[in-house]
Design a protein around this ligand. Structure first.
Ligand code: ACM
Ligand code: ZN
Length: 538
């Protein structure tokens, strides 16, 4: 009898251990604290989502849509304190901090702001997706979660310059970002190969600059063949506003990037006087860095940029405007009488200082409109203001950049560039072409990003952001974009969100649940990691 009792107790303990683990073994990014609690609650098609204030109606409605497939119905959202799922605010919690409690009475989410409640709902969405399906509905084990993010700017960048993605696709990108508690959509809107944002003052930017006549086929470094097929597209200002609103409803801020003074061939093709030489330009049809850049000697170039940025400011409410600054060769400036005169007149040492002069002027213009700049890490050459935020992409510059004391957003390419191969050789050969040949970023490597590596605790505050970047030279379709982004975005999101020690194996187990959510949502992702072929020896 005693033995039977022990066996029963052991079994019960085993069962409760399994239930205690449920929430812990599901949510990505991993919450700060997850504790098992007594009881369980079954969410059904009839469960009401009760919201304490009108501000929470929209996040609740989004949640109701998210779990409609799981429950076979869109849950009713009602203002008041009645419902199996109750949402409320508590201003003693931080802006992005929430608690999520599941007990036999129901589910309670309390957040510092509606944004924080939305993050609680994203966690709940994952729990519902992974919950036990019963005849009544979906059974959720008791749990008590306390959660808030490590990093304030958790970004995802999409390059729409190399290939245009439709409004619906951009919204889908935002939906995917929201699942991962990303709060910044960095929209790389202009490139040598295409200008994608309507600027009313400069209609040629979209009339001419948004189209290229064809696109290179094969490796950029060697190929001389082109597909002969025009490619183009741009977003009207109405579409931009619609996307900004769509993102804001998901608590994602859109930070636009107008890349300058390099990566501007599409603008030069539209308005040739913007170049250093009196010549015509074509929207670029191959990848890589162009020697043709904005002439920063002529005053008309400043007028142009300010005209563009004035409209950008009216379209995007973000505090930050990304003004590029990367990969700008100095050759044209070194041969241009206007640029050389500017160097002389301003007492600048060289072309590096000329770029800084340009960046400072644009920064000043934006500051007059109460906006701040973000620039790629090349902007440190020639000097920057303390007010500039540096987006670090060259890993080798990491300690140099973080030692400056400026705000930093980390996007080190060997951890955060989602265009890189996600498999080691020989499997990478199956992944298609890549602009930066032979660069590999496995899921494990993306996960291993430590935002504070090499820093003293007193310096941690400089790291304002962590971001995944999707460059699209060889990403012509949104299907491919998703396969590039996922599942690695989940790893970057956890590096940005999760407070405390990380554990890749634990992450990988949780990812098996998130994968099912991707499946349910019709989101594509690469399966190399799941198939166990991403880290085969070379
Ligand atoms: C970059 O990858 N050129 C920022
Ligand atoms: Zn010039």
């Amino acid at each position: 009898m005693k033995r039977i009792f022990i066996i029963v107790v052991t079994l019960l303990t085993a069962v409760s251990v399994v239930s205690a683990q449920t929430a812990k073994t599901v949510i990505i990014p991993r919450p700060m604290e997850v504790k098992a609690a007594k009881g369980a609650y079954t969410v059904t098609a009839k469960t009401i989502v009760g919201v304490a204030t009108a501000e929470l109606v929209r996040p609740a409605e989004l949640f109701a849509d998210y779990v409609a497939k799981d429950l076979g119905a869109v849950l009713d959202v009602k203002e008041g304190d009645k419902g199996g799922i109750l949402l409320s605010l508590d201003t003693s919690l931080g802006k992005e901090e929430y608690t999520l409690d599941i007990a036999s009475k129901g589910v309670k989410i309390v957040g510092g702001t509606p944004q924080a409640v939305f993050y609680g709902l994203q966690s709940l969405r994952q729990l519902v997706s992974a919950g036990e399906v019963t005849k009544k509905g979906i059974k959720l084990e008791g749990v008590s979660i306390k959660d808030k993010p490590l990093i304030g700017h958790r970004g995802a960048m999409l390059d729409v310059g190399r290939y245009f993605f439709t409004v619906a696709e951009v919204k889908r990108f935002i939906d995917i970002a929201a699942i991962h508690k990303i709060n910044i959509f960095h929209w790389h809107l202009t490139e040598d190969q295409g200008w994608r944002v309507e600027i009313k003052k400069y209609p040629n930017l979209t009339k001419i600059g948004s189209k290229r006549k064809e696109t290179i086929i094969g490796r950029n470094s060697v190929s001389k063949t082109y597909d002969g097929t025009p490619h183009g597209g741009y977003y009207t200002q109405a579409e931009i506003k619609d996307i900004v609103k769509y993102a804001a409803e998901r608590y994602i801020e859109v930070v636009p990037e107008i890349d300058m003074p390099g990566h501007m061939v599409a603008a030069l093709a539209s308005y040739p006087h913007l170049g250093c030489r009196d010549e015509k330009f074509e929207v670029r049809t191959r990848w890589g860095i162009s020697k043709d850049v904005l002439c920063v000697g002529k005053e008309t170039s400043f007028e142009f940029i300010e005209g563009v940025l004035s409209e950008i400011i009216s379209l995007f409410p973000s505090k930050y405007i990304h003004i590029g600054g990367d990969e700008c060769p100095r050759l044209r400036w070194s041969e241009c009488p206007h640029c050389q005169k500017r160097i002389q007149d301003e007492g600048l040492k060289d072309e590096n200082e000329l770029q800084s002069y340009f960046m400072h002027r644009i920064e000043k213009f934006l500051a007059q409109h109460d906006r701040r700049i973000i620039g790629w890490d090349e902007i440190i050459k020639g000097g920057i203001n303390k007010s500039a935020t540096i987006m670090l992409w060259n890993d080798r510059n990491r300690s140099k950049v973080t030692s400056l004391g400026n705000d930093v957003i980390l996007t080190p390419k060997y951890y955060c560039y989602m265009d890189y191969y996600q498999t080691t050789r020989p499997f990478s050969n199956k992944e298609g072409l890549l602009f930066r040949d032979n660069r590999i970023l496995t899921l494990r490597k993306a996960y291993s990003l430590d935002p504070y590596e090499g820093l003293q605790p007193s310096e941690y505050g400089r790291i304002k952001g962590v971001q995944a970047n999707l460059w699209t030279e060889y990403v012509p379709t949104f299907h491919r974009a998703q396969e590039k982004l996922l599942p690695r975005l989940a790893a970057t999101a956890e590096a940005a969100w999760t407070i405390g020690a990380k554990d890749f194996d634990d992450f990988a187990r949780r990812l098996s649940h998130l994968r099912k959510l991707y499946d349910k949502e019709g989101i594509h992702y690469a399966t190399y990691f799941f198939d166990g072929v991403d880290e085969l020896a070379e």
